[in-house]
Design a protein. Structure first.
Length: 416
């Protein structure tokens, strides 16, 4: 087998060929935000632009907030500054690629904080005078939105966040999550089975009864004015189809905490949680099955744009993209030649990187066609390495080469 040098054009054609060989499959692919902070929120405003929020932690010591932005589906992430290291970030909403809002806590005073941007996160304007810590923000359109927080706190805006008015939630406890089906019908949930509901945009809120009041409710998603799902501790999932008059338990194949839930259509939904759990439904939530997440880290937040494109984020800098291939397949950085000989191979192959700028270290990650990472190798102070098949089965694999924060090459390996 003669040496193969994959240039940019050939690599692009290569992946088109892979997709046409009955190997195309949706899966979760690991991204690299270059941080070990614990992400608790991820939010994409379109198919390319998104933000991930985290509290930077060193053991039990808080260091400062982390806010990362991407404009290329997560191939690269850049740090943004809030202008202060004294914010803990909990939730976000972005109206466009320029306008957005994040909420959380201001550490100096202990107050709740709202920070807004009109330039894509380059600068943020803070309001850190709110009386309690804020946990979640949700907008139904460009002008109308709600924020919930500790001690049953709910505030509403009808002018895009310029001013806020407090509502009486009637919640006996904190509120972790808030979601509306339309401008009138919505729910907010919290610990110890707390569920409150409104049919008039929050003018009045009514306390509802959970079938498992001993468990915490972490997230709520309103499918319609009458239908909603709540997820929580120890594999809790409950639903209503009658505006919350009654809630019933839903069987899910996990006993781990479920931290977030979302739907992209009336039938297709995802729920994510501890230990890398992902549960999916294709029948409106009647049945749920486990989807391989390719991580064992806790997943705190999920943002889906369609049934074929989305992201999740969680502990230890975890961010993944859902699709048919890694985000790096867009070939943004394939200006580097790679020689692999032999390819296909049976026992081992040699990979040599011919880069104009030599790096002190390269990271080579190998995925199977389902998107699962099966191998990772580091090359120190040289640009050549041997890849042994080890226990890999015959088939097509995809490799990704990174130098520092830059993805410099993707391509195909064949084991036979």
């Amino acid at each position: 087998m003669k040496t193969r040098i994959f240039n940019q054009t050939l690599t692009a054609l290569l992946f088109i060929a892979i997709f046409n060989l009955n190997t195309r499959a949706q899966s979760w692919w690991k991204e690299n935000p270059q941080t070990l902070a614990n992400f608790n929120n991820i939010n994409f405003v379109d198919n390319n632009t998104g933000w991930a929020l985290a509290d930077s932690m060193n053991g039990a010591l808080f260091i400062g907030p982390v806010i990362k932005k991407t404009v290329d589906q997560g191939v690269t992430w850049t740090n943004q500054s809030l202008g202060s290291n004294y914010y803990q970030l909990r939730s976000s909403h972005f109206f466009s690629t320029t306008n957005g809002i994040v909420v959380g806590k201001y550490l100096i005073s202990g107050n709740g904080a709202i920070l807004t941007t009109t330039n894509g996160g380059n600068t943020w304007t803070p309001n850190d005078t709110l009386p309690v810590i804020l946990n979640d923000v949700f907008f139904i359109n460009a002008t109308t939105g709600w924020i919930c927080g500790q001690n049953g706190y709910i505030i509403k805006t009808t002018n895009g966040g310029a001013t806020w008015t407090q509502e009486v939630s009637n919640s006996p406890d904190h509120l972790f999550s808030i979601h509306f089906a339309d401008a009138n019908n919505g729910w907010a949930v919290g610990p110890n089975g707390v569920i409150v509901h409104t049919v008039n945009g929050g003018t009045t809120w009514t306390l509802q009864t959970s079938p498992i009041p001993s468990q915490d409710n972490f997230s709520v998603f309103a499918l319609s004015a009458t239908s909603a799902f709540v997820v929580g501790s120890n594999g809790l999932m409950i639903k209503t189809i009658n505006s919350g008059v009654t809630w019933t338990t839903v069987t899910v194949p996990t006993v781990n905490h479920i931290f977030d839930i979302t739907f992209v259509t009336s039938t297709s939904g995802w729920a994510v949680g501890a230990g890398g759990d992902i549960e999916i439904t294709n029948d409106g939530g009647t049945t749920w099955t486990t989807q391989p997440s390719n991580t064992t880290n806790d997943i705190e937040s999920i943002s889906m744009k369609s049934t074929g494109l989305g992201w999740y984020a969680g502990k230890s800098g975890t961010t993944y993209i859902y699709g048919t291939s890694p985000a790096s397949i867009n070939e943004l950085y394939n200006s580097t030649a790679v020689t692999i000989y032999p390819n296909p191979f049976t026992i081992s192959t040699t990979l040599q990187i011919d880069s104009k700028t030599k790096q002190s270290e390269y990271v080579i990650t190998i995925y199977n066609v389902l998107g699962k990472q099966v191998m990772e190798k580091y090359i120190h102070n040289k640009a050549i390495c041997t890849i042994n098949r080890e226990n890999l089965e015959n088939g097509i694999y995809i490799y990704k080469i990174e130098a520092g924060t830059q993805i410099i090459k993707t391509g195909k390996l064949i084991i036979q």
